[in-house]
Design a protein around this ligand. Structure first.
Ligand code: ACO
Length: 324
């Protein structure tokens, strides 16, 4: 018994920004970026590719696969830290674009862990309201929240959206379990402040704008350890071994974080889906984009056990288990 994924979809902006393109913007080079992050290109949104539009197209592709119409959608959750506006939510814009008149809609902010948190939230909605059809979307246009003069961060992030359609089913498939964590004490190591809603009286005078700020080395260390612990706790709770996993779809932050995590967990490379080289870190969108690509490439079969895990600002992190 669980909340089953009926369809997946994704949408990436057209513009490709390569490491060579970045050499024209900041003091960096292709070799440095590839060797430190594994990233070769990322997508950058332009006119007509606002975050809610990327989210809407991803949702439409997932709905088409699921054979679900806009009228049938009861709930829309959008995980994002780069909404089009602070109010209304990105989810309300998506509802309008889809014409999903019967849905209620809200955003969820858990940074790069937003999709994992939303999946957990949506599966619980589905277990309580068993006839509900739910859209879960991860969507970001982080290029608008990136300081393009800061080479520590601008090389890492990209734009995109991924979506799934979920509904309760009387079988042993769907979301089986998740372990979620947060630690607000560590907020300073990765944050984005200076949004227009900040009180000017308490906002620091050196406010650099609504940009991503990061202590890269510290984030790296916490990310590896936190995701490893979350996965181990989940496996122990569910009484399964890492070898039982058919495919792992981690948050696509950077290849060195992933390689370290995989070697600590003892996961074989061929059991992991990685696309960070193409899209960089798309925060809450990274897992649903990867899930959709893996699904459309035929890498996920009926009955497969999927492991997802993520880490992001907050800090927020966790791991989830799904039976396809
Ligand atoms: N190009 C060239 N040189 C650079 C660049 C760049 N883009 N950025 C920094 N450098 C320089 C630094 O200035 C420094 O020079 P110095 O020694 O003369 O001072 C040198 O390279 C080393 O800098 P470090 O910051 O120590 O480099 P590090 O090896 O730690 O790599 C990186 C930086 C890639 C950011 C790494 O710390 C990292 O991957 N951290 C994780 C960050 C992350 O993924 N965050 C995403 C959000 S959280 C998540 O999604 C999991």
């Amino acid at each position: 018994m669980g909340a089953v994924i009926l369809g997946t979809g994704s949408c990436l902006p057209d513009r490709v920004l390569s490491n060579h393109d970045l050499e024209e913007i900041v003091d960096t080079n292709d070799e440095w970026v590839r060797s430190r992050t594994g990233i070769a290109t990322r997508r950058i949104s332009g006119e007509g590719e606002e975050v809610y539009r990327l989210a809407t197209v991803a949702a439409q592709r997932a709905m088409e696969m699921a054979n679900v119409t806009a009228d049938e959608i009861d709930l829309i959750i959008v995980a994002t830290i780069s909404p089009h506006m602070i109010m209304p939510s990105c989810a309300c814009f998506v509802q309008k674009e889809l014409g999903a008149a019967n849905a209620f809609a809200y955003d969820l902010n858990a940074a790069c862990s937003g999709f994992l948190y939303s999946l957990d939230t949506a599966s619980k909605h589905a277990l309580v309201d068993r006839d509900k059809t739910i859209l879960v979307i991860g969507a970001e246009t982080l290029s608008a929240r990136t300081n393009w003069e800061d080479r520590n961060t601008c090389i890492l992030f990209g734009d995109g959206a991924g979506a799934i359609v979920m509904r309760y089913a009387e079988n042993n498939r769907g979301v089986l379990a998740s372990e979620l964590f947060s630690d607000g004490n560590l907020w300073k190591l990765l944050h984005m402040h200076g949004a227009p809603s900040c009180n000017p009286a308490i906002d620091p005078p050196d406010n650099p704008g609504p940009y991503m700020l990061m202590e890269g080395r510290e984030v790296f260390k916490y990310a590896v350890r936190a995701m490893e612990n979350a996965v181990l706790q989940l496996l122990e709770k569910e009484k399964i071994s890492i070898d039982d996993i058919s495919l792992m779809i981690p948050h696509q932050a950077n290849i060195r974080i992933l390689n370290k995590l995989l070697s600590r967990l003892g996961v074989k490379q061929e059991k992991v889906f990685i696309n960070v080289q193409k899209y960089g870190n798309t925060s809450a969108a990274s897992i649903p984009i990867a899930l959709d690509e893996a699904n459309r490439e035929g890498l996920i079969k009926h009955g497969d056990l999927l492991l997802i895990c993520s880490f992001g600002g907050g800090f927020t992190w966790g791991a989830g288990l799904l039976r396809w």
